[in-house]
Design a protein around this ligand. Sequence first.
Ligand SMILES: NC(=O)c1ccc[n+]([C@@H]2O[C@H](COP(=O)([O-])OP(=O)(O)OC[C@H]3O[C@@H](n4cnc5c(N)ncnc54)[C@H](O)[C@@H]3O)[C@@H](O)[C@H]2O)c1
Length: 259
Amino acid sequence: MRGLKDKIVLVTGGTRGIGKGIAKRFLEEGSIVTIVGGKNKQDAENAMAELSPLGQVDCMMVDLSDAAATEKMIDDVVAKHGRIDILVNNAGIQIRRWATEFPLEDFDKVLSVNLRAYYVASRTAARYMQKQGKGSIVCISSGNSQMYTSQRSAYNISKTAVNGLVATLGVEWARFNIRINAVAPGYVMTEMIQKGIDEGIIDIDNIMKVIPMKRLLSPEEIGNTVVFLASDEASGITGQCIFTDGGWSKAGLPENKDL
Ligand SMILES: NC(=O)c1ccc[n+]([C@@H]2O[C@H](COP(=O)([O-])OP(=O)(O)OC[C@H]3O[C@@H](n4cnc5c(N)ncnc54)[C@H](O)[C@@H]3O)[C@@H](O)[C@H]2O)c1
């Protein structure tokens, strides 16, 4: 894909799940990648062992609920590599409770990682990209930004806001040659989904009734849309959210698995 080789790329939440799949795709395209993890050092070590043979990759541990640490994360990448070409805001958390019982501190926690960190990282990167004369940002939204499910109010609200974030910053930053778009994944088997299955809140057989492809997607399939949007192949696209969801967002009524 054009415009990715030797580019400096930062992927938050790149230590596992969808973020690791995204980082893998950038490395396959010849980009120089920094992955960012939260607290789990084992995830970081595993990801580095898997990704290092694919190309030039670094790892940083940052708490993205901390705005100052999030700004420093971008500054550190620029201090090391001299620039930042592509930012992927992917790290996200989900806390499942009825809205009537949702602790406000958990609401703030979800919004701080899933939305505020995207805003802080994007605008910090944009200051550098503006000076560079070019940049591309991709934010990971969710099918839940449009198809709403119960007990995920903070998550659903944060993801709906991500679509608004890319639209508004896409308009504001187009004049600086900075593009910002979102990818809304459907269901991808990661620890976030496994936790939901373990808690009895996610029933995969039931979900497949509303996914026309009748399968889960892989992290790399989400990565494919991300590298496209980040690349020069998508030079005319900004402010958009591309649903990569096996058709979920276009499905009408539930269908049996074998239909
Ligand atoms: N898995 C799915 O089916 C699915 C569907 C739609 C959207 N998404 C979105 O995709 C993104 C990745 O999800 P996933 O399923 O890979 O999740 P995951 O739980 O497997 O991984 C989340 C990543 O985010 C990082 N992270 C979490 N909190 C952090 C913090 N405070 N500071 C720094 N890093 C932190 C973790 O270290 C981890 O690397 C999320 O934004 C999620 O909302 C996932």
